[in-house]
Write a protein that binds this ligand. Structure first.
Ligand code: SF4
Length: 436
């Protein structure tokens, strides 16, 4: 029971422990007020938790469900699931053949199938539709050929649906365990086999009246142009607004990818942590199209997409800043040479440079690269000074007044700026930051 499945996140060094009973009871108190789904699982097997179902007296209006490997789903547990009206149980099986099951899950497929058949029998005796049983397969090269047979397994064990999940396109760090290599097991480089197996399983499910769910449908060849590596994500993360997750140590998170908890059950109620100031700050950042540092996690697919897009934009941003700097240099030279008496051309050039630097610094931050604080500070001070003198010029009523403002404010600033500017001076420093 304690040997994890080959593709499991436990290989990334997660600690095995049970949640304290007082934390669990604190969650249960909140659970009764919920109207949504309450999943009694994270990474790990929920039925290993001592007396899990004994502790749940009355789930109130919550829709209780959980994922399990099904190995501990004995007769007693099966009867409890039916009696306590647990809404859904999803059994992770990942194979239709005993040998494949043994390789992936290190156990006996027959044992799980027997447990599921018994649960189906008890539901029938009690005339209960609950729990709704689904079986799922995490799709990899090792098992993709067994998709259609997996649908047969679902029918044979009384499951209402089959769920197939492709593995994540990116796993960092890569998981390696015994014969298994997460990156090498991905079916993305076998598109023909993938398509054939998916379509065969779908047809089999239709013939047997089993619900077929495949959340990698967009990866089928020819499906709406979404590649294995471009996932067509929603604009903002939905998890932060509708999820709450409690760690085994009592930490409260908005999802399992966050770098840290937003509260702790030792100090807060679940509700207080979920609605606390840190959670609000994180949601505010996400609503503004950015990411809080708690979300800047390699595990978060939304952040990775956002960061990679920002990284891709950097050369373009750099080019915009350099062009804006050169155009300002030309406007300043024209003013110095007396071609542009009032220095009026400097204002739009500055506005352009300001916007370009702003966009560049934002993308630098989003990409995880840091512009040197000294560069940012210097740029901001000089740009603000220039904006101030440009505004004074605009307010001035005569050419003489404009010239006075320029001489008093803009000339010293220009000297400072030229040190930094010289187009390449700004460019070099930013380039250094980009390439650091
Ligand atoms: S870590 Fe990612 S998935 Fe989690 S709340 Fe933040 S943005 Fe959403």
């Amino acid at each position: 029971m304690r040997v994890p499945c080959v593709m499991c996140g436990k290989h990334k060094g997660r600690v095995e422990k049970h949640m304290k009973k007082e934390h669990f009871l604190k969650c249960l108190a909140y659970l009764r007020t919920c109207t949504g789904s309450v999943a009694l699982h994270g990474i790990g097997e929920p039925l290993c938790y001592p007396g899990l179902l004994d502790l749940i007296e009355d789930p109130g209006s919550a829709r209780l469900c959980f994922n399990t490997n099904g190995l501990l789903l004995d007769e007693r547990v099966a009867r409890q699931l039916v009696r306590k009206k647990v809404a859904a149980v999803n059994v992770s099986i990942d194979a239709a053949e005993p040998a494949t099951y043994l390789r992936i899950r290190h156990n006996s497929l027959e044992r799980v199938k027997a447990n599921l058949r018994r649960l189906a029998e008890i539901k029938k005796q009690k005339k209960s539709a609950l729990p709704r049983v689904t079986v799922n397969m995490c799709l990899m090269k090792e098992n993709v050929r067994e998709m259609a047979a997996f649908v047969d397994l679902a029918a044979e064990t009384g499951a209402a649906a089959v769920l197939f999940f492709p593995m994540n396109p990116v796993m960092e760090p890569n998981i390696r365990w015994e014969w298994f290599d997460y990156a090498a097991q991905h079916v993305s480089d076998l598109p023909e086999l993938h398509d054939r197996c998916v379509l065969a399983a779908e047809a089999r499910a239709a013939a047997l009246g089993i619900e077929f769910v495949y959340n990698g449908r967009k990866y089928l060849t020819g499906a709406s142009g979404v590649s294995w590596h471009g996932r067509g994500l929603p604009e903002t993360c939905p998890a932060a607004f509708g999820n709450v997750l409690v760690d085994t140590d009592g930490g409260v998170r908005l999802c399992c990818h966050m770098k840290g908890p937003v509260g702790h059950l030792d100090e807060d109620s679940l509700e207080a942590a979920y609605n606390g100031p840190l959670a609000a700050e994180i949601r505010e950042r996400i609503s503004a199209g950015a990411f809080h540092e708690y979300c800047m996690s390699e595990d978060c697919v939304y952040y990775r997409e956002y960061r990679d897009a920002a990284l891709q934009r950097l050369p373009e941003r750099l080019g915009e800043a350099e062009r804006a700097a050169r155009s300002l240099g030309r406007a300043a030279a024209a003013w110095k040479a007396g071609v542009d008496d009032t220095g009026g051309a400097m204002l739009p050039a500055f506005t352009m440079l300001l916007a370009a630097c702003d966009a560049l610094l934002n993308d630098l931050a989003a990409s995880g690269r840091k512009a040197p604080e000294s560069l940012k500070g210097e740029l901001i001070t000089i740009l603000r000074g220039f904006m101030h003198s440009a505004a004074a010029c605009v307010r001035s009523r005569s050419a003489a007044a404009v010239n006075r403002v320029i001489a008093r404010e803009a000339v010293p600033l220009l000297a400072q700026f030229q040190k930094l500017l010289d187009a390449c001076s700004v460019g070099r420093q930013i380039k250094e930051a980009v390439c650091a």
